[in-house]
Design a protein around this ligand. Structure first.
Ligand SMILES: [Zn+2]
Length: 110
């Protein structure tokens, strides 16, 4: 089994719709560190699990310097962002979204 890990920094804005009062409801920004884990039993014809630049294209291309509320069709919590990234890449099995030094969400496929 092969695994590749791609880490990227994504600067973006979001505001959260929550069921309780929170400062996170105001539009604000983060420099998210998004770590994408992909694996495959066999390498593709190019000898890769997944091209690192393809992963970057999907994640940074869609999210970097955007208002996430405008480009994602769900409440853009770190958890939801992690699941969305995982769903965009067929070989991906785990995504870590670090919102700040102390706040990290991880989504893993069952
Ligand atoms: Zn936030």
């Amino acid at each position: 089994m092969y695994t590749v890990i791609k880490r990227m920094e994504v600067s973006a804005a979001h505001s959260l719709r929550l069921s309780y009062p929170s400062k996170c409801e105001n539009l604000h920004g983060h420099n998210w560190i998004i770590t994408v884990y992909c694996r495959s039993r066999e390498l593709n014809a190019d000898g890769m699990v997944e091209d690192f630049s393809h992963i970057k294209e999907v994640v940074k291309g869609c999210l970097d310097h955007k208002n996430l509320n405008e480009v994602l069709p769900f409440n853009p919590t770190a958890e939801n962002i992690a699941r969305w990234v995982c769903e965009q890449i067929p070989t991906c099995f785990k995504v870590q979204v670090q919102e700040s030094e102390s706040n990290i969400a991880v989504y893993e496929k069952d």
